[in-house]
Design a protein around this ligand. Sequence first.
Ligand code: F6R
Length: 610
Amino acid sequence: MCGIVAYAGPKSVHSVLLVGLTRLEYRGYDSAGIATIDKGELEVRKEKGKIKELEDLLKLYPIEGPAGIGHTRWATHGQPSKGNAHPHTDCKNRMALVHNGIIENHHILRNELTAKGHLFHTDTDTEVIPHLIEEEWKKTGDLKEAIRTSVVRLEGRYSFCLVHDEFPDTVFFARDGSPLVFGQGAGETFLASDILAVIPQAKEQFIIENGQWGWINKDGMHLFDADGTEVTFETTKITMQVSELDKGGYEHFMLKEIYEQPDMLRRIIERRMDEKGKIRFDEMEMSNDFFGRVGRILVTSAGTSWHAGMVGKIYLERFARVATEVDISSEFRYRNPIAEGDTLVMAISQSGETADTLAGVHEAKAKFCRVLSLVNRTESTIAHESDAHIDLMAGPEIGVASTKAYTAQIMHLLFFSLMMSGVRWLTEKEDREEMFQEIRMIPAKIEAILEKADEIKEMAKQFKTTKDFVFLGRHFNHPTALEGALKLKEVSYIHASGYAGGEFKHGPIALITDEVPVVCLAPKTEIYEKMVSNIEEVRSRKGKILSIVTEGDETVPAMSDFCFTIPNCPDYLTPILSVIPLQLLAYYVALERGCEPDQPRNLAKSVTVE
Ligand code: F6R
């Protein structure tokens, strides 16, 4: 939520910042702004709406300078407006600041600063920071010392960047809680919420740690800890490729990411399963000895990652025979979970920055539990703060609605469960070999589904004005039903709910009319017959049945208004296949309704506020 970027170097500062902000737009698109010190004067340009609006403004009123800062906003405090857009300035208009996070004590600080004569012009929490620094600066006349003493007063989570007219070629920064990474290029430097904003110019990176602050100029970075001692740091080479960040010929990132799933899963399978059928998690620093002793697993995650966690619970209990609970992160941390020494807490997060999930990690550590995170961004805060992490290997996911990260999470949870079952001697060699054979066939089976995408595209046309959707699934595909409903809500704004098939008759069936499409997940599994009964129940109330079934099924297609077939596979792999048509459905219905699937309203990809 909110993206910040800063640059110091010889290039056109506004161009570098605009490219960076466009890459960070997945973090919010309510407004955007930049600031530089242009010929000795602080200059700020900001606009409501997407980066394009800011770009148009900059064509009319360009600004340059040896350094600059930029921001793309997901509104928390104060509505999306030009006035509330970052950067924010001090009273004398000498400094400008961009911020990601939330200043929880902003009311207290605002009252205190107002009493001292500071004038506030916005509804944001952020505006207190430049005023606070201005106030501290008056005391010593030393801006660096003023930044150090100001950050001590801030409560909440932040990373910020600041330019000041006394130091035109310098960007100051501080981090506590929200991500910030330093990028080193050739004769130029960068700061960003996410390194993907500044590649390929940035060649090396260093993740700023909580409590650190400092400044950059074109030659490098000076970094300090909370008490003002300069710290040394070592950068690491950036491996991400810029080609991973474009749409690759697809109309939207969401579609590209849906189509990336077969190759992504091939990569995952190749890295995680060796020729002898052994499962490898090279990056995970936790011993087999420990996994042998784990008595209980608590999974904490949000949104799509929570749905993946639900599938993971079934895997962990079936294959590794470990009692597993799955919690929504924002609930986990407040329910005072019972956790003993043999409890493993698993945090699942695509971004690795979700504030609720991070808070769950802190809660687990406070209870002395070991924390293993499954993250798609290994440099993220959640990975950093966990005892060990697993790389989800999905590659950058830019579309705000998560697609490929979901199947990467499920596949990794399956491998993790099989690894645990191996450590505990719970599966026979022959069974494992058979499973590995089946897993290897999954990418090609997804390709076969994607080849029939036009069937879904065509079917989506009839839902242009539909108001409600229901998704039903059982066992492995109950989470698929929840995920299908979430995808549709997010990108097409149609109200949709997912239910466990058996639970539907206990109330929600009252929703059914001939105007409500019901997506029924009925692949061939051991509870197939039960699902058929649920479909009968809906059909007899004149619900419109859209079914997802296994090839060769004749029963459910005969009961359905529309039917999509997926290749045959064992029940534990059905959630990976059956979600693909639902991702396509959400995407094509969104297009039919004129919605922008990559940037749905009110959403941001990385939810860094609680
Ligand atoms: C849905 C979606 C969100 C995220 C959720 C958790 O398409 O993207 O529901 O899954 O915000 O995000 P991560 O996985 O980054 O912790």
